[in-house]
Design a binder for this molecule. Structure first.
Ligand SMILES: NC(=O)c1ccc[n+]([C@@H]2O[C@H](COP(=O)([O-])OP(=O)(O)OC[C@H]3O[C@@H](n4cnc5c(N)ncnc54)[C@H](O)[C@@H]3O)[C@@H](O)[C@H]2O)c1
Length: 261
């Protein structure tokens, strides 16, 4: 086993399922210690069994969009370590489906709070720990919808473009501290989230789920699904010394998606 993340300490938001959990597993398998949080107690309980076999995994309940809860989470992590090597701002919800005239302001605001404001809360508290470490990496999970338009999902697209703006700005502010900041833009991931997205789009457009699914997959010129682990592997590469001079980038892992419609 190649332990390219040996002794690396990594915080992951929304890490108890989906891309976050897959990324945690990739990082653990390469020797890292992972501190993850998630809002969903059921998912946290499901991964509890992994704590017994892996002493390098710590998990906590926390709503990433609530500043007080994020602060409590960091206090708990601080009891374990004062320094970290990486923060993965993974949390993000799909937000509502529809044209803007039909969307509620509450849904719009919630999407921005979870997908963007949460990253400020985590980054604010992680940066001093990265500085103590004399460098490290912040990875923000954006989306193909952060570099292209995404009809019927304007709050999500706006939030994911904002994540890229935050990434490029932080990369410029933090370069002198040897802290690298990058965004990953995943394509259509095989998993629970896309099951819900396809269901909602099919309901909204009154088109079969099969047809919507086929369209999503065809957006990639490789005509393929992307897997959660593909994102974990990119995170691991960026955190490792192999990525030591990469910063300020929005990196797509999407089978070359050329449109999102
Ligand atoms: N799945 C995809 O196709 C896809 C594509 C592009 C980008 N992304 C982005 O990747 C990231 C992860 O996506 P995913 O598909 O794994 O998500 P998901 O919907 O499967 O959810 C992953 C986890 O987020 C947790 N979560 C939700 N709200 C939370 C909150 N407020 N605080 C803490 N935890 C919370 C959930 O409990 C769950 O365990 C998101 O930022 C998403 O926008 C996903």
């Amino acid at each position: 086993m190649l332990l390219s993340l040996k002794n690396k300490k990594i915080i992951i938001s929304a890490g108890a399922s989906g891309i976050g959990w897959s990324t945690a597993r990739v990082c653990l398998s390469k020797g890292a210690t992972v501190y993850l949080c998630d809002i969903n107690n059921k998912s946290l309980n499901k991964i509890k069994k992994h704590h017994l076999t892996n002493k390098r995994l710590f998990s906590y309940e926390c709503d990433a969009s609530d500043e007080n809860e994020v602060s409590d989470f960091f206090n708990l992590v601080n009891k374990k370590t004062k320094k970290i090597d990486a923060l993965i701002n993974n949390v993000g919800i799909a937000g509502p489906t529809g044209t803007i005239d039909k969307l509620s302001s509450d849904d719009l605001e919630k999407t921005l709070k979870v997908n963007v404001i949460s990253h400020f809360y985590f980054s604010k508290l992680a940066i001093p720990m990265l500085k103590k470490n004399k460098g490290g990496s912040i990875i923000n999970i954006s989306s193909g919808a952060g570099i292209m338009g995404f009809p019927l999902r304007s709050p999500y697209a706006a939030s994911k473009w904002a994540v890229i703006g935050l990434t490029k700005t932080l990369a410029m502010e933090l370069g002198k501290f040897k802290i690298r900041v990058n965004a990953i833009c995943p394509g259509t991931i095989k998993g629970d989230r896309m099951v819900r997205v396809i269901r909602d789009k099919s309901k909204y457009l009154k088109v079969s789920k099969k047809k919507i699914e086929k369209e999503f997959v065809s957006m990639a010129s490789m005509n393929c699904w992307i897997y959660e682990e593909d994102i974990g592997k990119m995170c691991s590469f960026l955190i490792s010394s192999d990525g030591e001079r990469i910063s300020g980038q929005a990196i797509s892992v999407d089978g070359n998606a050329t449109r999102m419609d």
